[in-house]
Structure formats: structure tokens, C-alpha cells
Design a protein around this ligand. Structure first.
Ligand code: SF4
Length: 452
């Protein structure tokens, strides 16, 4: 059977979708390969969050085809959804599959291979483009390809987003919010636990607003909190994470959940995007800087050891120096454990891309703000790492470190990376304590604690 390679760009949801499609290929008898040079079928799962990500995917496909033309080439994911059939001619691929049709990919590849075999008699190029919507497509991302001793897995609980932040393409590429039934998600988590998984990360574009259009609140608890409680009951699951939440989804019931669900990891990633009310308004983010700050306080009161990380955009159209300084001040006030700082770049097809040219912030200014904020994030976060030296932290070991395969790596509940010397056979996939000996740049180094 042909060898298949899927290159993935973008977010964890894309990674998860690729895993699902890979599993479907394997079930159909195909073999997955990590090297595109060896593959008969090369697919790229694309991201549209920035124009740059699209250029990368197109460049990669061009490189694959220059080296050798595989039997089947194709794009899936967000760029496939937004560009559709244009990609067939532009990138000369056989297949374009949108974000609601992952479950059809293997059938389409089969079909293209059959057509190519038969084509010997026909000159016409055969291609398939499917970017239609499909009811209940969110329920098709549910199978896993687990590596040996893999103890952490992502579970996709919903698709799409209705929020329409002005910089974001997601509502146009992934459609409106659609949640999976709790029973289906629970079934998937139980299957993972039976296979040795100890940590699940629930995934959704606005994960904490899960199910708000489909399922009722029960005893004042939102569908998301009901789901957390149900997953918490699954034997074998020891840590629960979720990403990416929206600040407005942190209602009282979710904050309270951190007080009585000990398996909820002590980390929240809470994208703020800006600390200026004027810019938040232009971004169509429905909260103020003061409300956000108060929310972080309430979460910290509920779980004092919790780590709070964020995403922020600098140089959004109309951001004045004063607006930027408001963001800076908010960062000083809150003291995030870490932050991903993005320089605004125009994303075709979003409302922000249409904002008046005169409001665009010059690249030089964006870069200055980016560097300044990154410097501040480091200055605030690094002492938090230093403070852990000499302490014991509990980690889930993920296996050999990506940068040094002689050492092992794991994550604390607060999502800090810990690197240590250990035994891959004994430690991978296990939860245990490590004593921290040294703190580096957003990384801790230590030794496993041996208890008598
Ligand atoms: S909430 Fe997130 S996914 Fe939805 S539009 Fe805003 S940034 Fe995009």
C-alpha cells in the first residue's frame, strides 16, 4: 500500500485533526511515514491564521513537487477551506479538503489513486475539491494514534467559533460553534485512559464556551463544567487541561471548579490580546482591561498556585503609544507566568484587514513594542522559575527531550518544562517528583526524587 506523509502547520487543533486522518489511513491499510521524500501521498494540513503560514504551506508543497512528484498531493485545513479550488491550479495539487471534511480524506485519496491508474487513457487532470459544510463533522475527530508509553493526549470537544474577533480568520475557516455530546467525549477519554493515557487536554477554539448553543445548564453549571466533572470521574485520568479559553467563558461555575476538581491542572492560558480598552473594542473583544485583571485575581483566589499565561497582539491598527503603554501596565500589574507576543499582521478576509490604511502601525514600531513587551515578560517570569530551585515539582514525563535526546523532559501541572537525566523505559509516561537544581530560560533542570 502507498506511504502517506502529512505535514501539519498551525495550532493544536490542526495537530489533532492530522492525528485523526492518519489513524484513518492506517485503518485503511496505508502506512504513515515521517519523511515526505519517501511518501506516495503528501498532504499538508494548513493554517490561515497569518498570511505567512499560508506562504509556508505553498512553499513546502512547491519544494515537495520540485524534488519529485508524489502520486497524490493535497491540502487540508484552514487554507484549503478559504481558498478552495484556486489551490488546484495555483499549487497543482490533486486534492483540497476543507475543515469539515477530514473524515472523507482517505476515500478521496483512494479515488484519486484509482483515477490516476485508470487515467493512462485520459489526459484530463483529475482533482477533488470538497470545502462544503457538513452537519456533525465535529463528531468525526475521535480516534487516536498513540505512541508507546504516550500518557498525554488531546481531545477535540468542539469546532468553530462565533465570536468574530476582528483580527481572526477562524470563524470563516472553521464555521460556527459545534460541540460534541458529553457522552461521546467521555467515551473517547475512557478509551484513552484504558490505553494508559493519564493527562487529557480538551481542545476547542473557545473551549470554555463549549456546548452553549446545544446543551442546557444543569444546577447552574455550564455544559463545559458538566464535561469537566464527568472527565474528572474517569479512572486513570490524573490531569485535565483545556485550551484555548475565552475570558468571557470564565463564569462563576468554572472558577469554582478549580476549587473542587483537583485533577484540573494548575494552569490557565487566558488570551488577553490587548490591555487597552480602546483596542479591545476595535478587536471586538467583549471585556475591559479592568474586568480581565479582576478575572485573573478571582482565578488566583480559587487556586493560589495557578500559572496564568496569555497571548497578546502588539501594533493592532489604531494602537497608539498610549494604548501600548496600557498593555504594558497591565502586564506589570498581572505578572503573567509567560506570554506569547505577536506583532499584528494583516490577515486577508478579516475585518481588521479592511481598517483604514492610516491606522496601520509602522513595522518598526511594532517591532519595538514586541521587543519591549518580550523583555518585560522575561523580567517578570524568570524570577518565578528561579524561585523553584531547591523545590520538588510533580511532572508527567513525555520522553526524550527534543533538543537533547540524552535527557528526558516533562511538564509540571503549571505547564513548566523540566529537563532531567532519567531512564526512558522507566520514566516515560509516568508522573513523579523532580527536585529542581537549576532554572534556565523558561526551562527547569533537576533530578528525579527517589523515595524509599
Ligand atoms: S475567540 Fe478565538 S477563535 Fe474565536 S474569533 Fe476570537 S480569536 Fe478567533
Amino acid at each position: 500500500m502507498p506511504l502517506v506523509h502529512i505535514k501539519t502547520y498551525g495550532c493544536q487543533m490542526n495537530e489533532r485533526d492530522t492525528e485523526q486522518v492518519s489513524q484513518m489511513f492506517v485503518e485503511r491499510g496505508y502506512t504513515m511515514t515521517a519523511r515526505d521524500e519517501d511518501a506516495d501521498v503528501v498532504l499538508i494540513n494548513t493554517c490561515s491564521v497569518r498570511d505567512q503560514a499560508e506562504q509556508k504551506a505553498l512553499g513546502k508543497m512547491g519544494m515537495v513537487r520540485r524534488r519529485r512528484t508524489p502520486l497524490v498531493t493535497g491540502f487540508m485545513g484552514c487554507m484549503a477551506q478559504s481558498r478552495g479550488s484556486e489551490l488546484v491550479s495555483k499549487a497543482n495539487v490533486d486534492l483540497v479538503v476543507g475543515t469539515q471534511k477530514y473524515h472523507r480524506v482517505v476515500d478521496y485519496v483512494d479515488e484519486i489513486i484509482r483515477a490516476k491508474e485508470a487515467k493512462q487513457m485520459d489526459d484530463e487532470r483529475f482533482s477533488i475539491v470538497d470545502v462544503e459544510e457538513e452537519v456533525a463533522s465535529q463528531n468525526t475527530i475521535r480516534d487516536h494514534t498513540l505512541k508507546e508509553k504516550q500518557a498525554s493526549a488531546f481531545v477535540s470537544i468542539m469546532q468553530g467559533c462565533n465570536m468574530k474577533c476582528t483580527f481572526c480568520i477562524v470563524p470563516y475557516t472553521r464555521g460556527g460553534e459545534r460541540g460534541r455530546p458529553i457522552a461521546d467525549i467521555l467515551e473517547e477519554v475512557k478509551r484513552l485512559a484504558d490505553r494508559g493515557v493519564k493527562e487529557v487536554t480538551l481542545l476547542g477554539q473557545i473551549v470554555n464556551l463549549y456546548g452553549r448553543h446545544e446543551f442546557p445548564a444543569v444546577d447552574g453549571k455550564s455544559p463545559f463544567v458538566q464535561l469537566l466533572e464527568a472527565v474528572h470521574e474517569v479512572p486513570g485520568i490524573q490531569r485535565i487541561r483545556f485550551t484555548s479559553p475565552h475570558p468571557i467563558g470564565y463564569k462563576k461555575d468554572l472558577i469554582e471548579a478549580f476549587t473542587y476538581l483537583p485533577k484540573l491542572a494548575e494552569h490557565v492560558h487566558l488570551p488577553v490580546q490587548s490591555g487597552s480598552d480602546a483596542i479591545l473594542k476595535r478587536m471586538h473583544r467583549p471585556y475591559t482591561a479592568a474586568k480581565f485583571t479582576e478575572l485573573v485575581q478571582r482565578i488566583r483566589e480559587a487556586r493560589p498556585d495557578i500559572a496564568v499565561t496569555t497571548d497578546v497582539i502588539v501594533g493592532f491598527p489604531g494602537e497608539t503609544e498610549e494604548n501600548y503603554l496600557e498593555t504594558r501596565q497591565m502586564f506589570e500589574n498581572i505578572g503573567f507566568d509567560n506570554a506569547f507576543v505577536f506583532r499584528y499582521s494583516k490577515r486577508r478576509g478579516t475585518p481588521a484587514a479592511e481598517m483604514e490604511e492610516s491606522t496601520q502601525v509602522p513595522e518598526r514600531v511594532k517591532e519595538e513594542r514586541n521587543q519591549d513587551l518580550l523583555g518585560l515578560v522575561n523580567r517578570i517570569a524568570l524570577p518565578m522559575y528561579d524561585a523553584l530551585v531547591g523545590k520538588e515539582v510533580e511532572i508527567l514525563c513525555e520522553g526524550p527531550s527534543k533538543t537533547n535526546d540524552q535527557r528526558l523532559t516533562g511538564r509540571t501541572g503549571s505547564n513548566r518544562i523540566v529537563v532531567f537525566d532519567g531512564n526512558p523505559e522507566r520514566h516515560t509516561g509516568e508522573i513523579f517528583k523532580v527536585r529542581i537544581a537549576e532554572a534556565g530560560h523558561f526551562t527547569l533542570f533537576g533530578d528525579p526524587v527517589l523515595h524509599a
